[in-house]
Design a protein around this ligand. Structure first.
Ligand SMILES: [Fe+2]
Length: 242
């Protein structure tokens, strides 16, 4: 302790140097750091993480060569499973969702959709269903957290929470955990999510588009891009507010 004090303080107890500190909190097994003086938006509250019937399982922590807003947009794009997830659950007979509702909430957007899916063998084993409709409730928490809740008819809920940390203009750190309300073999769940996530990564990284234009006229959009359009609107408002 004496040595430590002598390194940091002079004999008259004046500090010899200082270390910049940041406000931080621990949530869901991660350290969340605020680089500004105060956070503008609170850490997302994921209610199932506080319910005893759910288990929290950490899945992935890796660098992606992608603009992280493209990942958020992709998560809420209900048209992409039928052509991106062809080896896992995408159903080319269900190109668009049966219904899609999107609305703004404070600091984010919410999405409700019903989508026809075809489960691969691994997923059929987990859910006892080969062909089904998937009820999806999703929320985007500004700026870079997305929660996807999938409810199956057999009562299983699979909740995916995806968080991206920008590293530079071309890379971001992808973190993902899940919440499950069944005591299943989590290794098989993680193995399947690995395949699904790699399908997304493959397509997103192949786009080589590291920009994310907030002006919707700069890219073509269709009916199922409504979540992406609202993401852009909320980000524009955030920037104008600054
Ligand atoms: Fe996907």
């Amino acid at each position: 302790m004496y040595l430590f004090n002598s390194l940091l303080f002079s004999k008259n107890h004046e500090p010899k140097g200082k270390v910049k500190t940041f406000k931080s909190k621990i949530a869901y097994g991660y350290i969340w750091v605020c680089l500004d003086d105060n956070p503008r938006i609170e850490i997302p509250f994921i209610d199932e993480a506080f319910q005893e019937s759910y288990s929290l399982v950490h899945e992935f922590h890796e660098i992606w060569q992608v603009n992280p807003f493209r990942v958020m947009e992709n998560e809420l794009d209900m048209a992409h499973p039928s052509f991106v997830h062809t080896a896992t659950f995408g159903d080319q007979g269900s190109l668009i969702p049966d219904y899609l509702q999107v609305w703004e909430v404070e600091n984010g957007i919410e999405v409700k959709a019903q989508l026809g899916v075809k489960n691969c063998q691994a997923q059929t084993k987990q859910t006892n269903i080969s062909e089904t409709t998937r009820l999806i409730t999703a929320k985007w928490y500004m700026p870079l957290v997305c929660k996807l809740r999938i409810d199956y008819p057999n009562g299983i809920s699979h909740i995916i929470v995806n968080m991206h940390t920008p590293i530079n203009d071309k890379q971001s750190l992808m973190n993902q955990f899940i919440l499950r309300n069944d005591l299943t073999n989590f290794k098989s769940v993680i193995d399947l999510d690995r395949k699904i996530t790699l399908e997304d990564k493959y397509v997103l990284e192949a786009c080589h588009n590291f920009d994310f234009p907030l002006d919707i006229k700069e890219e073509e959009h269709m009916y199922t891009d409504r979540p992406g359009i609202l993401i852009r609107k909320k980000l524009r408002q955030l920037m104008e507010g600054q």
